[in-house]
Design a protein around this ligand. Structure first.
Ligand SMILES: Cc1cc2nc3c(=O)[nH]c(=O)nc-3n(C[C@H](O)[C@H](O)[C@H](O)COP(=O)(O)O)c2cc1C
Length: 389
């Protein structure tokens, strides 16, 4: 089902050039990071370059790449749904592959950040480029499984057996890996680094008390749980000083849709402040529905709270242009929804700065251009998961 978006003059705000986080953006539409599993041996090919360039040419202001495994043996395994062929950034072939991608995006007038990813506790043991690597977990155990989840039961069973808690040396190795990958991203021509600190993966697993019961300097208090993220941000900044850093975080986890990192605005402020001090230029606030109030007693969204508490520009993402959340699109068509006007109002009043779009841009490379032109917006079909148009 297509929906014609009611465009008024304010929609132009989305497509006026703006300067944020040191970047000159041609629009406020950000393509959300989306794993595509099309990188054979971890190397992106020409189809990946045209996939991203097509979106850049059609009015997307900033592209977040799919998650790219950092230069560490346990960074990647098969994904939640058995996905493989996720990309890496180390080695001449991968760097050259990504250089072709960034060149194509730049030629189309766009900007692209590299999303650096370590799967941590959510890596399927025995899979990925280095199957024998031991999965990384802050405390060696597995968090609770009592929330609702999008992950299939066989995957949850596979990742569940305990592994060993990371030692200080393990932690230092992973932090260094993020630094190396950031340096490679700079060599490959990326415009910034996007850190995947969301959804239950490694950085998030340090932030979340359910997966971090350490009682040393890396756990126990909220401040200590942010220390790993801070160290990663600092390593990335040191290795690629020219590049701005975006940090993605979420309340929800793949293994628990109802999870919460923080329960109050004060806790959120305490979580984010050290990340800002470490040098985050942009927050990518991953929610399942971008306009849902984050805390009781206020209509403000999580991106809105992030912006208000830190003063750092924020991206809101989750269900833009679509009527249902991610989980519901795995099997069935998701109708389009005209909720862009709501986002424009929020941007206008300074609640957040940029609008992240995932599935809608997966299904239709021209989604942003259609929005600008007032053309009907498309529904999302699960068939889009398997293509690279
Ligand atoms: C196919 C697919 C792959 C995804 N892969 C990633 C990823 O690699 N990294 C990430 O941070 N989020 C990933 N996500 C989440 C999206 O970035 C986004 O937050 C989510 O789809 C909600 O936005 P939407 O409602 O506009 O689709 C993925 C989503 C989809 C649909």
């Amino acid at each position: 089902m297509n929906v014609a978006v009611s465009i008024d003059a304010r929609t132009a705000l989305l497509f006026s050039p703006c300067r944020l986080a040191g970047l000159d953006l041609r629009s406020r539409i950000v393509m959300a990071p989306m794993t595509r599993c099309m990188a054979e041996d971890g190397v992106p090919g020409p189809a990946t370059a045209s996939y991203y360039a097509r979106r850049a040419a059609a009015d997307v202001g900033l592209i977040m790449s799919e998650g790219i495994g950092v230069d560490h043996p346990a960074a990647l395994g098969e994904g939640t749904f058995g996905e493989r062929n996720m990309p890496v950034l180390q080695g001449a072939a991968a760097i050259a592959g990504w250089r072709a991608v960034t060149d194509a995006v730049h030629a189309a007038g766009g900007l692209i950040f590299a999303q650096l990813w370590h799967q941590g506790p959510l890596r399927r043991p025995g899979s990925g480029p280095q199957p024998r690597a031991v999965s990384c977990r802050p405390d060696g155990r597995w968090g609770p499984l009592d929330g609702s989840t999008s992950a299939p039961p066989d995957y949850l069973e596979a990742v569940r057996p305990p592994t060993v808690a990371m030692t200080d040396n393990d932690i230092a190795d992973v932090i260094a890996a993020f630094g190396r990958s950031a340096a490679h991203a700079q060599t490959a021509g990326f415009d910034g680094i996007a850190l995947h600190g969301a959804h239950g993966y490694l950085i998030d697993s340090f932030l979340w008390p359910e997966t971090n019961s350490r009682v040393d300097a890396w756990g126990r208090t909220l401040a200590a749980r942010t220390r790993f993220a801070v160290a990663v941000i600092e390593a990335v900044r040191a290795a690629a000083p020219a590049l701005p850093v975006a940090f993605r975080y979420s309340q929800w986890k793949l293994q628990d849709y109802d999870a919460r990192l923080v329960d109050t605005p004060d806790m959120l402020a305490a979580l984010l402040a050290p990340l800002v001090d470490a040098g985050v230029d942009l927050f990518d606030v991953s929610t399942r529905v971008f306009h849902r109030p984050a805390f009781a007693g206020s209509p403000l969204s999580l991106a809105g709270w992030t912006r208000r508490l830190t003063g750092v520009p924020a991206i809101a993402v989750g269900g833009v242009g679509l009527s249902r959340e991610l989980k519901d699109s795995l099997m069935a068509v998701v109708p389009a929804e005209d909720n862009v006007a709501r986002a424009v109002v929020a941007i206008e009043r300074g609640e957040f700065d940029l609008l992240g779009v995932g599935r809608a841009l997966l299904a239709d490379p021209d989604w942003a251009r259609k929005l600008r032109q007032g053309a009907p917006l498309p529904a999302f079909s699960p068939a889009a998961f398997a293509t690279l148009i």
